[in-house]
Design a protein around this ligand. Structure first.
Ligand SMILES: Cc1cc2nc3c(=O)[nH]c(=O)nc-3n(C[C@H](O)[C@H](O)[C@H](O)COP(=O)(O)O)c2cc1C
Length: 333
């Protein structure tokens, strides 16, 4: 796989929607790992602009990561109640409820952009694209990567024709990539072992990877590469908010938790006031909750407090160290 995609080191920078910037992706790519655009929240044209900006900065191959749209069951009453339950927090921040704009999912347009821009590697989170889309991308030789949190999901990733699978352990920062069956939290080492027995395609291990020793162990268990998020999120070139970086760098062991309060989908991040205050609140399904909390997260950051921001981070955030992208990557080689 490493030879096929043309990288020096068997490491992927985790695609982090909202955190990755063209400079950050290009720095990672130039350091010999796979740089990755987290395009999950972008529309088609924004995705194209991001890709063009990265191309201006590097000649190295890079990846684009997309969120597969999901069928959601939702009730108007739940949505209303979930939004009302956020009013007290809006009051604390001195903001009023914004007008919510309907955002169309532009997944199909993003697929067109991937092909038009001759992207070499494309990964997916939150599910699998339709078979026709997989076949269309494969005809153009795009290297395809699915995300799995269980052996069953990994099997589905392989069955649909993907070239590799990101195996996301329970330690991972950010959203769970789960899409099939009951939500599972399997520690990375165990998951890699189980997935190795289930599929033939290369495994990219993700979740809590904080040093060389962990990479070595995962390789021994059958992973062909690793994907690193939190350790790179704190890099000087990353687009994470300075408060987010500061909280990750100051985190202690046990400071992260899985919560659906920010987006309606389970994700791991640092515990804060928002999560505490939302303990008994009604939560709308993803992506509605994500839309409802957007103004709150932004106001919190603008007001210089991390209390109401989503501070996505993996379980080993406490092992993160500051530095430039290249220096951080160097520690893993
Ligand atoms: C801030 C943040 C944003 C993330 N956004 C995405 C994303 O857009 N797409 C995706 O597939 N995974 C995303 N992830 C999950 C990562 O791909 C990966 O599973 C995780 O970072 C690995 O755990 P670690 O953070 O402990 O290294 C995100 C993770 C973080 C920390």
């Amino acid at each position: 796989m490493i030879k096929q995609i043309g990288i020096t080191h068997a490491i992927f920078q985790a695609p982090m929607a909202g955190v990755t910037t063209p400079e950050f992706v290009a720095e990672c790519a130039d350091a010999g790992i796979v740089g990755a655009i987290g395009a999950g929240y972008l529309n088609g044209e924004e995705t194209r602009k991001f890709i063009c900006d990265v191309k201006k900065l590097t000649k190295a191959p890079f990846m684009v990561n997309l969120f597969v749209p999901e069928e959601i069951e939702w009730h108007e009453e739940t949505k209303k109640k979930a939004n009302t339950d956020l009013h007290a927090i809006r009051q604390s921040l001195g903001i009023t409820e914004p007008e919510f704009q309907r955002t169309e999912n532009e997944f199909e347009q993003q697929i067109d952009v991937i092909l038009e821009e001759s992207i070499a590697i494309c990964s997916f989170a939150f599910g699998l694209p339709k078979k026709e889309i997989v076949e269309r991308l494969k005809r153009e030789d795009v290297f395809l990567i699915g995300t799995a949190t269980t052996p069953e999901e990994a099997r589905l990733v392989e069955e649909i024709g993907m070239d590799a699978v990101v195996v996301q352990g329970s330690e991972a920062g950010g959203h769970r990539g789960s899409f099939y069956g009951k939500l599972a939290y399997i520690p990375l080492n165990q998951l890699v072992k189980e997935v190795r027995e289930t599929v033939q395609i290369p495994i990219i291990a993700a979740g809590g990877i904080a040093n060389k020793k962990m990479i070595h162990e995962l390789t021994e268990l059958g992973a062909e590469a690793v994907q690193i998020g939190t350790a790179l999120l704190v890099a000087e070139e990353s687009g994470a908010h300075p408060l987010h970086k500061r909280e990750v760098l100051q985190a202690a062991k046990g400071d992260t938790v899985c919560t659906n309060t920010f987006s309606g989908k389970m994700a791991r991040g640092l515990k804060n006031e928002f999560i505490k205050r939302m303990e008994n609140a009604c939560i709308a399904p993803y992506p509605f909750q994500n839309t409802y909390t957007k103004d709150i997260r932004k106001a919190s950051a603008d007001q210089g407090t991390s209390d109401y921001m989503s501070l996505w981070a993996g379980e080993n955030a406490y092992l993160s160290e500051s530095g430039k992208v290249k220096a951080i990557i160097e520690r893993f080689l």
